[in-house]
Design a protein around this ligand. Structure first.
Ligand code: PNS
Length: 162
């Protein structure tokens, strides 16, 4: 049984993330999408539970994908759950510069490898941060995130308006 993990803050999950989960699910027996608190990102739009719920709905068609959350070191989770590899998407050299030290630190701490999948060019411009900015100013974000995110956003906006 080969197990992979796709960790991230996923605030919120995008179509680019979902594409990586689908490709990882085709290559590994079991894939865990791990919603992880990133201590360097304090501007959460969605709670951890909401992020887990949105990803669970968006990956319902992938029978070998499960969703979990974690507040500690990533390698403590991967070791405890016998995960073989971390799988992440790479959009550009900027992502590479950001990911390289994390991949090397995780390898140094536990021996785990990080496998990078090149982002589908359809989603190369897309990030959770930019999506939030466009949403904030009322721009058209059609097709950028799974429907589960659109539903959660609509619910939040209705709560705030009411
Ligand atoms: O989506 P992000 O914010 O780029 O994901 C970064 C994330 C959550 C994968 C990273 O911050 C992480 O692994 N956090 C868990 C804490 C940890 O293990 N830190 C050391 C990383 S080398």
């Amino acid at each position: 049984m080969k197990r992979a993990i796709c960790p991230g803050s996923f605030d919120p999950v995008t179509m680019g993330h979902l594409n990586i989960f689908e490709r990882a699910a085709a290559q590994y027996d079991e894939v865990t999408v791990l919603v992880t608190a990133n201590p360097n990102k304090h501007t959460g739009m969605f709670t951890l539970d909401e992020r887990v719920q949105m990803i669970t709905e968006a990956t319902a068609h992938l029978s070998n994908v499960k969703v979990d959350n974690w507040h500690g070191l990533l390698v403590d989770y991967t070791t405890a759950h016998s995960i073989d590899a971390i799988v992440k998407g790479l959009r550009s050299s900027l992502d590479y510069e950001y990911e390289l030290p994390m991949a090397q630190m995780n390898n140094r701490l536990s021996g785990i490898d990080t496998i990078f999948l090149l982002t589908d060019p359809r989603f190369g411009y897309l990030s959770s941060t930019l999506w939030k900015e466009v949403v904030k100013y009322g721009g058209d974000v059609t097709g950028m995130v799974p429907d589960s995110v659109n539903r959660m956003l609509a619910k939040k906006q209705a709560e705030q308006a009411g």
